[in-house]
Design a protein around this ligand. Structure first.
Ligand code: ZN
Length: 404
């Protein structure tokens, strides 16, 4: 694996254009023994042709056996070692909804939840209230003021929101208040280091007030906070890879992780379809030399355990693919950030099918279609996801020779 610093040294500011298409949770498993995976079952004539012309392989998001969250898995696809560059959930959420974070601000991801008369959680997601109801609850919570700090709140989507504490002397080493279970009360925020005692105390004061404010509401009559974090100040793609990068994604978290690495985040609608997203890519294509496009629903249907619906999402992406192919990217990568097999109903550790297409410079392999088992014997082999950016840059002729 080429080091991040080596690539930073060799990257050039001119060369071809790169398109990275990520189908979230793309990797799957056979539904029955001997059967196809979701990607293998899907009718994907466009991707199969690209697989014949290009090279395929399996990427390992974080390390063998590790099931990653989407945040770190995307950082790896963008070339950043997710273990070295660890980013808290609160920061991803804050950046995702477009909140700025100052150097001493602490952000957390919030969930509205439902509690019973004894304060025990009965629904961790408050019946998945619509975003509009979430907005109303946030409006109520904005009345809470604490001395010495500012509090900023923003709805992320549905029952999810972002909590930002702004002020001096703050520290993010605070434990989650989400017990990740029902039948128990939300936990108090605890300082994980002595320096975080002041911050934990402020958070607990705010939560006590929030409990009063939300008391008469239903189903969102309580909340939990988790993933307290500060801006990690990641190196930016422009500086490291000498690229002008943009992101086309619908879900806030993916916009957040893209913004963290310095991508321009393109405005999208909440309900944009795959075609809508691909047309957005086409609109901005001339202005950028790296565009990341994110498709969420492969992962959602995998988590639902709906094999057939995940197949349909993949087929929809394939059918819309000509919109991207018309742009004639020099390098096209189609992959996932991790696997979400429908039979497993969760993110898994399985390596992720990856297709690299770069006419004229790619060494083709023998793959005849895009699917897990073709990828297993493909020319890219099994490789760390962080290798994808160096490979993309090389195929776009954006890397100098190493040494004389
Ligand atoms: Zn994901």
């Amino acid at each position: 694996m080429a080091s991040f610093e080596l690539i930073r040294r060799l990257a050039k500011s001119n060369g071809g254009k790169i398109l990275l298409l990520v189908m979230d949770g793309l990797g799957g498993l056979p539904r029955e023994q001997g059967g196809p995976t979701e990607l293998e079952a899907a009718h994907t004539p466009n991707m199969d042709r690209l697989a014949r012309e290009g090279a395929v392989g399996l990427s390992i998001p974080v390390a063998r056996g590790i099931s990653p969250g989407s945040g770190p898995a995307h950082l790896a696809l963008f070339g950043y070692d997710p273990v070295e560059f660890e980013v808290g959930r609160g920061v991803l959420s804050a950046f995702g909804v477009g909140l700025e974070l100052g150097p001493t601000d602490v952000a957390a991801r919030g969930n509205f939840c439902t509690v019973d008369a004894n304060g025990l959680i009965t629904d961790r997601r408050a019946g998945r209230i619509p975003t509009e109801v979430g907005e109303q609850m946030i409006a109520l919570l904005r009345s809470i003021k604490l001395p010495g700090v500012e509090i900023e709140l923003s709805v992320e989507k549905e029952y999810r929101f972002v909590f930002v504490l702004r002020g001096e002397g703050l520290n993010a080493a605070v434990s989650d208040t989400d017990p990740q279970a029902t039948g128990v009360a939300p936990l108090p925020a605890k300082a994980l280091k002595p320096e975080a005692a002041y911050t934990a105390d402020l958070i607990n004061q705010w939560i006590d007030r929030a409990r009063e404010v939300l008391k008469g509401q239903h189903p969102a009559n309580m909340l939990t906070l988790r993933g307290f974090a500060m801006d990690p100040n990641l190196p930016k793609m422009r500086d490291v890879f000498k690229l002008k990068p943009a992101c086309v994604a619908v879900y806030p978290m993916y916009k957040g992780v893209s913004k963290l690495v310095g991508m321009d985040v393109i405005q999208t609608g909440d309900h944009d379809s795959t075609e809508d997203e691909f047309r957005k890519v086409a609109e901005i294509w001339d202005q950028y030399d790296f565009v990341f496009c994110h498709i969420k629903y492969t992962d959602s249907r995998g988590e639902d355990g709906n094999f057939d619906a995940k197949v349909k999402v993949i087929e929809g992406v394939d059918a819309a693919l000509p919109i991207l192919l018309d742009l004639k990217p020099d390098v096209l990568i189609i992959t996932g950030d991790h696997s979400t097999p429908a039979s497993y109903k969760a993110h898994s550790w399985h390596p992720v099918p990856t297709l690299l297409w770069a006419p004229g410079v790619i060494l083709p392999d023998r793959a005849q279609a895009f699917g897990e088992r073709e990828c297993m014997v493909g020319g890219l082999g099994q490789f760390p996801a962080t290798d994808l950016m160096p490979l993309a840059l090389a195929h776009a002729r954006r890397l100098e020779k190493f040494g004389a």
